[in-house]
Design a binder for this molecule. Structure first.
Ligand SMILES: [Zn+2]
Ligand SMILES: [Zn+2]
Length: 258
């Protein structure tokens, strides 16, 4: 699998960084499969330089906050009116926690399901595993103020065999999220809090907690993401490296082999 960061900004897009969006690719059965994890604000712009967004094989949304799903409306418009609109491409599987379909309607300002038409929407429950091409996607409950999922994705490893990538979405540290990341080859963990000692519970991780999560789960590699645009990412990375010395920082265009 190959993970490409489209946007890694937390909470709002930055001046040169869209909000949360990652492409996961794998070669299988003679073709390349591409799924997207989150479509935060601004993501569909740079996503076009990697692939025709209308040809994605699937979209996983972690939760309904705009920095994770606002560009679902942009993708819908791209599919309905963009360059491949006349090709009658198959609907794109859209998975996420309950309520993402309503979120698309809200973003579209629509009272009907026109904006949902390019998608094959199916909510995911924590604990559920589903196949999507060569990927096996398992949902875990995240600890966040709205229904939110962390994803554990097993797929073809770049060096042969199978590999596991875990994406936390937005979450505080919890036993469920540690299980989601257990022995993962790559853990893509949010660090949405700035470097404060005390934060309200049930919202985000600090860099320190992202490192702790990797350590407790015995994840092989930590990539820290979702640092707010107004926070110095070097400080967040330094915190994470106290527990996971080889931790790296997600940034637009950076690719990780898994
Ligand atoms: Zn967020
Ligand atoms: Zn959130």
């Amino acid at each position: 699998m190959r993970l490409t960061v489209i946007g890694s900004a937390g909470s709002v897009a930055g001046p040169d960084n869209p909000a949360s969006c990652y492409v996961l690719e794998a070669d299988d059965a003679g073709r390349t499969w591409r799924i997207v994890m989150d479509l935060g604000s601004g993501a569909v712009g740079p996503l076009q330089s990697l692939t025709d967004p209308a040809r994605l094989d699937g979209v996983l949304i972690s939760h309904g906050h705009p920095d994770h799903c606002a560009d679902l409306a942009s993708l819908s418009v791209w599919c309905r009116y963009g360059p491949s609109a006349g090709e009658e491409l198959p609907a794109i599987p859209l998975w996420g926690p309950v309520g993402i379909d309503a979120r698309v309607r809200e973003l579209e300002g629509a009272t009907d399901d026109a904006g949902l038409a390019p998608f094959d929407w199916a909510p995911l429950e924590p604990g559920e595993t589903r196949a999507l091409g060569p990927f096996a996607v398992t949902a875990f409950a995240a600890w966040h103020p709205v229904p939110a999922l962390a994803y554990r994705i097993e797929g073809p490893a770049e060096r042969g065999g199978r590999a596991v990538l875990t994406f936390t979405g937005d979450t505080d540290l919890s036993d469920e999220v540690v299980e989601a990341a257990r022995d993962a080859d790559l853990l893509l963990a949010e660090a949405g809090w700035a470097h404060r000692e005390v934060n309200p519970p049930g919202i985000h991780l600090t860099g320190d907690q992202a490192g702790l999560l990797a350590s407790r789960a015995s994840a092989r590699r930590l990539v820290v993401t979702h640092v707010a645009s107004w926070v110095d990412p070097a400080g967040t990375l330094e915190q994470a490296r106290r527990h996971a010395p080889s931790a790296a920082l997600a940034a637009p265009g950076v690719r990780f082999d898994v």
